[in-house]
Design a protein around this ligand. Structure first.
Ligand SMILES: Nc1ncnc2c1ncn2[C@@H]1O[C@H](COP(=O)(O)OP(=O)(O)OP(=O)(O)O)[C@@H](O)[C@H]1O
Ligand SMILES: [Mg+2]
Length: 352
């Protein structure tokens, strides 16, 4: 009884959105307490994380600018799945420890809800669960990312009608139709924000002979990128490395051309949405005629993406409030809702 009270008081039950680009942690009763890039700095060619396992997240990103050649910054969750087990473990463990250390350590082992891509396999699931257990979690529950996104966006996912969510992250786009707190039809593709950056890099090389890095490409996307004609088209000066002259150079680019370059990944995303709509049973797709779909994830912030999708599907499209935090907020709402917790799969992370 007393113990229960203590447990409650020191509760660090948490929800984690383990994203390719960003990891967010939601603590029950407190909200989002951590939001850092999913980056780990290691000694090149090894899995040894610098600073005794503490060169993770913002710290790792800070080191990026100053890294000597023997240091490497890794994104262990490339394409939304665990590409590198050891560094993923370092990442999960660091974030749980960081949140946990504010509390009385060791007294309470938290329950953790972790959002994972819907297409993840058993081995990958086990790796995620295992990492969280080693970091001190008592029970680990997995929730499919699009479901968490739908819950975070305030969709009535528990009801007996169809709700559609499109979560466009860094590595993956997840499209799902949800009903009765479960996924009815879904598809996950490895085309999202990163592919948009790559399309811009290719465009700069092909059209302007300019080599740019991922950071610059992402800046271009955020500043003037779009998926639908803008009320006022824009230009941007971009600095890069001229491939013919082998010198640094500056060029001015136009939003129309960037949109053209982005149309390739954008169309892939739209085609995925159409496939999921086709695979949805008619009773539920009927619901979507009125409720349409909700966009979440950082990619949802691309200008005019909602218009492009609405035009192609002829369905209402809404962008969630604060799309970058939908999945994390969804894990938090789940932690606080016994019905939603009851339908989650408890992860088994022990080896064998
Ligand atoms: N204003 C913006 N316009 C376009 N794209 C944006 C904008 N802001 C962020 N993004 C993109 O959103 C992506 C990150 O989104 P998010 O944090 O939802 O991904 P993630 O959850 O880490 O990845 P995933 O869900 O694939 O594992 C990045 O590709 C980033 O460039
Ligand atoms: Mg995500």
């Amino acid at each position: 009884m007393i113990q229960n009270l203590i447990y409650k008081f020191f509760s660090t039950d948490m929800g984690i959105d383990l994203g390719t680009a960003n990891t967010l942690v939601y603590v029950k009763g407190k909200g989002i307490v951590l939001n850092e890039p999913s980056v780990v700095a290691v000694i090149k060619g090894t899995n040894k994380v610098l600073n005794n396992g503490n060169a993770v997240g913002i710290e790792a990103k800070k080191m990026l600018g100053l890294t000597p050649p023997n240091i490497e910054a890794i994104r262990p969750l490339k394409d939304g799945v665990i590409a590198d087990f050891d560094t993923s473990r370092a990442l999960i463990s660091y974030f749980i420890r960081k949140v946990h250390s504010n509390r009385v350590r060791g007294l309470y082992r938290p329950q953790v809800v972790i959002a994972v891509p819907s297409g993840i396999n058993e081995v990958e699931k086990r790796a995620v669960v295992n990492s969280a257990e080693r970091a001190g979690a008592r029970k680990v529950f997995l929730i499919e990312e699009p479901k968490a996104a739908g819950i975070g966006a305030g969709l009535p996912v528990e009801e007996a009608r169809g709700s559609m969510v499109v979560d466009i992250g860094g590595g993956t786009t997840e499209v799902a139709v949800l009903s009765l707190a479960g996924i009815v039809s879904a598809e996950s593709v490895g085309i999202a924000g990163d592919e948009m950056d790559e399309a811009i890099i290719k465009f700069m090389r092909d059209a302007h002979n300019l080599q740019i890095g991922f950071r610059t490409a992402e800046q271009i996307k955020m500043k003037i990128g779009s998926a639908w004609p803008l009320e006022k088209e824009m230009t941007l000066d971009v600095r890069g490395y001229d491939l013919t002259e082998s010198l640094p150079r500056k060029v001015t680019i136009h939003s129309e051309n960037v949109r053209e370059a982005l149309s390739v990944p954008v169309n892939s995303i739209i085609n995925t949405i159409r496939r999921v709509l086709e695979a949805t049973p008619p009773e539920l797709s009927g619901d979507l005629v009125d409720s349409g779909m909700t966009l979440a994830g950082g990619g949802a912030l691309l200008r005019g993406l909602n218009k492009a999708i609405a035009e192609s599907t002829r369905l209402p499209v809404r962008t969630a409030d604060d799309p970058l935090t939908c999945v994390a907020r969804g894990t938090g709402i789940t932690l606080e809702n016994p019905f939603l917790m009851a339908v989650l799969e408890e992860g088994v992370g022990h080896d064998g």
